[in-house]
Design a protein. Sequence first.
Length: 393
Amino acid sequence: MTGKKGIQSAPLRGRRVLVRVDFNVPLDAHGQVADDRRIVEAMPTLDHLRTAGAKTILMSHLGRPEGHRDPRFSLKPVARRLSSLLGQPVPVAGDLVGVEALQLTARLENGQFLLLENLRFHPGEEANDPGFAAQLARLGELFVEDAFGTVHRAHASTVGVPKRLPSFAGLLVEREVRELSRLLGAPERPYAVLVGGAKVRDKLPLLRSFLGRADHLLIGGALANPFLLARGARPGASPVDGGLDEEVHAFDRAAADAGTEVLLPTDVVVERPGRSEAETYPVDGIPDDAVVQDVGPATRAAFVAALRPARTVFWNGPLGRAEDPRFADGTRTVLGSLVGAPGYRVGAGGDSARLARDLGVTGAFQFLSTGGGAALEFVQGLELPGLAVLPDA
């Protein structure tokens, strides 16, 4: 993909710079930031803006307040964490585009920051309302896109604002584009793709996009259930997206024609009512009352063997209910086999980085994307509106 004009070329000193960041972070039961990775990932861009003497106005969403002001989704906890990381106070403009925002923006001095309240408190954000985009744009003189996790959405802050201001890619977006672009075109072979999680209907286009591009496609988690069902296995009491048999059979035929080997679980770890211990069964012998929760030992060994010769690996989604220690071994074992292995390895997905950290396997990857849907659409080769609107380098 063509690179975008970067922030290094922007005239920043003394300028009001609107920056779209992705501070959609989890909050704990006490309303404090539970995982600040997305804030930390933005720090190189924020440090660059501060050093260059910009007057920085930050924009982000948090959660799904559905266009209404909801204190549960306030960005004030984010501002507190950000203030700590920056070592300077970051006030919050509660009215987003009203008098308070204008006044606080006017008071900014070089190297200072202001955070607008949750963009999704305003219905115009997700609707990409031109009036709301214009109100946001009047707060700044330049625009910087640094929220890679939102560039697949045509919202007011990601598409409407950059159409109205000179626009640049932030350091995080530049890195995401650079790293993920290595998976497009001609990645080093063998190329293996490991996909888990759920949402089968949503992920079928992603899986199809790898046919002919990847040498091996390894499928686990709930995502594997419809494939197993179409091949005659019965996944017990596990939830399965229905009505996909024809699509799965068509997928298998397309994979064979494209020369991409598809690997599915041959054994699974299950949970059964009234039994505290996890049990392992072959996929053709799963009890009717069992819920599949992880891939079994034989599957782990087969997946590890398929990944061993790979020189490019892309991973998205756990191979089971990995947040439960009883069902984390599959994901941990398979990803752990990549630690220190040669080649280029990328993880992507909304919670992938946190999961890799929790399982102690971050060393398996050269790059962990901050994007969920954005990263998945990017590696499919789709156009992302928040990137398309930015000028090329």
